[in-house]
Design a protein around this ligand. Structure first.
Ligand code: ATP
Ligand code: MG
Length: 278
């Protein structure tokens, strides 16, 4: 399919290159880039390293699927993107076909080599990479542990995947408290990137009710793009591929492309606003 997942030795994650010409009828990069005006395109190509942590302490809510497919969608738009696997389960790595290799330098070596409470370790490691990538996406483990705290200290923003379930908000308050504490003590600039609904079946009344509640609670932070339950998203990792490479026309791949466009559009608008008003 012409995609190349290239992991240079000594780096912390997968540098995502998707050859968009390998997706012939799709023209994703073209489509995504023509949606932006000239100033926004300039900003996009000169926009330095926004670090987005994909986090939720609840297990199995679609963090890794979101990290892989959001990063792949950015990469398909010819935006330099780095995906960093911060989870010892290493699902983001295996989902992109990287077999476990004890010789490879990993975030494990970086963070747990000396198991101290040092919370700036990931941030320091990522700092020199910020000017090489437009987006750095961190896949977090399902716990509010030292690994997630390191990721939130290193991040500019946190993207929270969640399912439209009755107890969704209860589960999220602990994460929001942690974000508040990290802001107060360690990383004052940490923003909520957004809340993205995953594995959604919009036809059910429950999903509609939960979506309405979440909209009231999160307002604009609730992403307009939602991710449907889609078998292609579940199948893709077993082939070691992002969904947009495995099946670019699937509903799942399309939904992550919409999410990437929404975030890109927001970031470009936020960057253009001061320039226009100046
Ligand atoms: P963990 O907390 O263990 O890290 P996670 O939050 O990273 O889990 P995923 O691994 O992304 O969650 O997803 C959990 C399972 O659900 C996986 O088998 C994945 O393939 C599947 N899955 C994720 N999103 C979807 C979706 N939109 N449609 C169908 N299956 C999905
Ligand atoms: Mg995961």
């Amino acid at each position: 399919m012409g995609n190349l997942w290239n992991v240079p030795t000594g780096t912390l994650g997968a540098v995502l290159h998707i050859n968009s010409t390998a997706l012939p009828q799709f023209h994703l990069a073209f489509e995504m880039r023509t949606a932006l005006c000239c100033e926004q395109l300039w900003l996009l190509d000169n926009f330095m390293g926004r670090v987005i942590a994909v986090a939720n302490q609840k297990g199995g809510v679609g963090k890794t699927t979101t990290a892989i497919n959001l990063a792949a969608s950015f990469a398909a738009a010819e935006v330099n993107t780095l995906l960093v696997d911060c989870d010892p389960q290493s699902n983001a790595s295996s989902g992109l076909g990287l077999v476990k290799d004890p010789e490879r330098v990993s975030t494990y070596h970086l963070l747990l080599g000396e198991a101290s409470g040092e919370q700036y370790r990931l941030r320091d490691a990522i700092a020199p990479l910020r000017d090489r990538f437009t987006y750095i996406v961190l896949d977090c483990p399902p716990a509010l542990d030292l690994l997630t705290v390191n990721a939130l200290v290193a991040a500019d923003s946190v993207l929270i995947p969640m399912q439209a379930e009755y107890f969704a908000l209860e589960g999220i308050s602990e994460l929001l408290d942690t974000v508040e504490r990290i802001r107060a003590a360690l990383n004052p600039g940490l923003e909520i990137e957004g809340v993205v609904l995953t594995m959604l079946d919009e036809r059910t009344n429950l999903a509609q009710q939960v979506m309405a509640e979440l909209k009231k609670y999160f307002g604009e932070k609730l992403c307009a793009a939602t991710i449907p339950r889609n078998i292609r998203l579940a199948e893709a990792p077993s082939h070691g591929l992002a969904a947009l490479v495995y099946d670019p026309r699937s509903k799942g791949a399309e939904s992550y492309i919409r999410l990437a466009k929404e975030l890109l559009g927001r970031h470009m608008a936020a960057m253009a606003a001061p320039a226009i008003s100046a």
